[in-house]
Design a binder for this molecule. Structure first.
Ligand code: LCV
Length: 259
């Protein structure tokens, strides 16, 4: 069964996350199919992409496939982690990617949604950033993406509580562009994509890349980088990280020791 389905409507490409049974957990295989779909759309000179799940889902994506997280002692979100490849593929895609969101968005799924250029969600959608729930040290680029999208007190609330925030709050904070009822969201997003497709694809692709370069332009001294990597290593070398993963796999609540 394909983990991703694609459709093309004129110059708009649609990518459907299609692993509802596993709540569209971002496994290496599912991510590979999304990236293949983007590569295919690039070859077709697609001018707008819609990234969505099946209509009416309760979970848009459950985030990183926890079963694929490395055991303690290894960086779970390093440069070559599939989730990192996916975020970069979306951000570097030469045309706008619109996230059409229904249901819960969890963990790395939030970062994938926030890597999209425009986000439209149903009122029932929620957004949860969950590293603390698993004992995971989030990576720098991911934290920067959130800092660019979300006011700092809210980033801290989401990271420290690991609890979902409702789409209405996300709209008020500017994290999402529009709230639309499930009965209207598909037509609304397709109309938006169509309005993008009639504009200059060259102008849009250059402006998208300018914005990517400017928002990722943060001077970081080698000393500061190494300090942060050292802090992250304390976490992924620690017992809490392994406990977080084991607890999920054993379907029990984690018992974090803070070690
Ligand atoms: C693998 C899964 C997953 C999953 N991986 O359905 O941001 S970070 O740093 O934390 C980053 C590392 C990250 O993204 O980590 C993942 C963060 N995500 C979460 O913490 C969400 C974990 N999932 C859940 O809390 C529940 O599955 C939700 C609330 C999303 C949906 O609950 P629901 O009762 O509808 P189930 O829990 O029964 O899940 C259905 C199947 O999908 C698997 C889960 O193991 C189950 O598989 P089995 O039927 O084989 O038991 N699944 C769900 N999420 N992230 N597998």
């Amino acid at each position: 069964m394909p983990l991703v389905l694609t459709e093309q409507q004129d110059s708009t490409g649609i990518i459907f996350l299609n692993n509802t049974e596993k709540r569209n957990a971002l496994s290496e295989a599912l991510i590979g199919e999304i990236i293949d779909a983007l590569d295919g759309f690039r070859a077709l000179n697609i001018r707008a992409v819609i990234l969505r799940a099946a209509a009416g889902v309760k979970v848009w994506s459950a985030g990183h496939d926890i079963g694929e997280l490395p055991n303690s002692g290894h960086d779970p979100l390093g440069w070559n982690d599939p989730l990192r490849h996916l975020v970069r593929a979306i951000q570097e895609f030469p045309a706008p990617v619109i996230a059409l969101i229904e249901g819960g968005v969890w963990g790395g799924g939030c970062e994938v949604a926030m890597a999209c250029d425009i986000l439209v969600a149903t009122p029932e959608s929620t957004f949860a950033i969950t590293p603390a729930k698993l004992g995971v040290p989030y990576n720098l680029v991911g934290v920067l993406t959130m800092m660019n999208m979300i006011p700092l007190p809210v980033v801290k609330e989401m990271l420290f509580t690991a609890k979902p925030i409702p789409a209405g709050q996300a709209l008020n904070l500017g994290i999402i562009n529009y709230l639309k009822p499930a009965s209207e969201i598909e037509a609304f997003v397709h109309d938006m994509a169509a309005s993008i497709c009639v504009n200059s694809p060259l102008s849009i692709s250059v402006m998208k890349e300018e914005l990517r370069l400017l928002t990722s332009a943060h001077a970081l001294s080698p000393e500061l980088f190494e300090r942060i990597q050292g802090l992250r290593q304390i976490v992924y070398d620690g017992k809490d990280y392994q406990e977080g993963i084991d607890a999920f796999r054993q379907k029990r609540k984690p018992n974090f020791s803070g070690k």
